[in-house]
Design a protein around this ligand. Sequence first.
Ligand SMILES: O=P(O)(O)O[C@H]1O[C@H](CO)[C@@H](O)[C@H]1O
Ligand SMILES: O=c1cc[nH]c(=O)[nH]1
Length: 237
Amino acid sequence: MATPHNTAERGDYAPVCLLPGDPLRARYIAENYLDGARQVNAVRNCLGYTGTYKGVPVSVQASGMGIPSLSIYVNELVRFYGVKRIIRPGSAGGVGRDVHIRDIVLAQGSSTDSNVAAGALGPQIHYAPLADFGLLDRAYHIACDRGLPVKVGDVFAADRFYNDDIDNGLLADYGVLAVEMESAGLYLLGARLGFEALSILSVSDMIVGEGEALTAEERASSLDDMIALSLETAIAE
Ligand SMILES: O=P(O)(O)O[C@H]1O[C@H](CO)[C@@H](O)[C@H]1O
Ligand SMILES: O=c1cc[nH]c(=O)[nH]1
C-alpha cells in the first residue's frame, strides 16, 4: 500500500487537485469534466481520479467530511504524492445577510471551532487560516467574467454538522458568509505544508432566514458552475 488511505503509486496524482467532500462528486467531476480520467484510488470508497482538463493534468480526490478526514487526504496528497495546489469545490449553508441559495462563496479565510487551529501556534495565538491570494484573485475574476453570483469573505468550518450551540446570527454579525466543515483545516495545512489552497463553495441551503430551497435541476446546475470555476482556477497561471 502506498499510503494508509491510498493505493495510488507516486506520480499518479497531478500537481493540481480538486478536493470535494463527496466521493460521488469526485466521480462526477472525473466523468463529466476530465479527459482520459482514470481511477487512482478507491480505499474506503474515497475515490480519486487523474485526467486532463483543457490539456492540463488535473486530479480529483474526495476528502470525506470534516477536518480530521480532510487532513488525512491532504497530508498524503502533499507529502507523498507531491500535490502543490488544492481547490475544494464544496457545498455550504448560507448565513450571511446578503447571501442567497446558489451563490458561490470564495472562502477568503475560515473561522472554526476546531482545535486544529486553536493549538497550532501555541496557547496564546488564535491563528487565522487564509486562502492563497493568487488563487482567490483568479477565481474571483473568472467568476465575475462568467457573471456568476460570487461573494468573497470569511466562512465558518464547523466541527459538528449538528450543533444547537452555534449562534448563526452572531456569525452573520461578524461577516461570516457560510458554514461548512473543512476550509480552516485545508488552509492551515496549506500554510504549514506550503501548498496553494482555496475553497470554492456553492450555497446549497440557507441556515438562517426563510429557508430558501432549490429544485434538483437548480442544485445540479449550481454545482456545475462551482466545478467549472474550480477547474478554470486550478489550471490558470
Ligand atoms: O459538500 P461537501 O464538500 O461534502 O461539504 C459540506 O457537506 C458536508 C456536510 O453535509 C461537509 O463536508 C460540508 O463541508
Ligand atoms: O456543512 C454544511 C454544508 C451545507 N450546509 C450546511 O448547513 N452545513
